[in-house]
Design a protein around this ligand. Sequence first.
Ligand SMILES: C[S@@+](CC[C@H](N)C(=O)[O-])C[C@H]1O[C@@H](n2cnc3c(N)ncnc32)[C@H](O)[C@@H]1O
Length: 231
Amino acid sequence: MRRRDADVRELMDDPACDPVRLDRTYARFGIVNAVVAAPRRTYRRRIAPRLRTGGVRLLDIGTGGGDFPRAVVRWARRAAHPLDILAIDPDPRAYGWAMRGPHQHGLRIRQMTAEAVLDAGERFDVVHSNHVLHHLADDEVVELLRVSERLLRPGGVAVHRDIARSGLAFAAFALATLPFQPWLLRGTFIRPDGLTSIRRSRTARELSSLVPDGWEVRRGWPWRVEAVRAR
Ligand SMILES: C[S@@+](CC[C@H](N)C(=O)[O-])C[C@H]1O[C@@H](n2cnc3c(N)ncnc32)[C@H](O)[C@@H]1O
């Protein structure tokens, strides 16, 4: 665990993986994220304050099953100002699953890359990702961050959130998920891929050594890291 294992692959990243198991995995992301990634805290800190003073355009990159943007639409339903969300994922399987959810006013889901969004000329107040950076090689992380800052409107913020690798995080995830494996996580990739994700993820120091000028890397609790850029 001292060194990042960039060679180990998540089962869900195999294009030939079992589609039924993959769909069950997308279906469980919301529950798992609520426990490990504190998405509501991100909403309260990054989105809600902006919604008090004006409309907000949010881009969620690598949206997976789309549970974060869908939750944001629900949390913001009484906001004084409009919320416009674009949720993107390059993987047609994630896109297909996310699209099967109900239509929500203010949420667009697209199968596309951040570069394509940039080329289309769209700009955002908040650019966000969760659990995407550890899927990427170092040069791809740098490229994603560079594209993210160009996607910001003046005054906007980009936040890429991920796991911070540690032996303790690995042991805690292995132990905490074990009782759930026979029922809640049964038939999903959550446990094996979660453990692989921790091995692939970066420490705050490793991420700090990658980010372009103007980006800040912050540690979160428990075993979280985020790269932040304000414009
Ligand atoms: C572990 S899932 C996380 C999904 C969601 N953000 C969440 O927190 O539940 C990682 C997602 O990143 C997507 N992804 C992988 N490479 C990407 C890239 N270069 N740009 C955008 N998304 C990417 C994958 O298709 C996958 O849906």
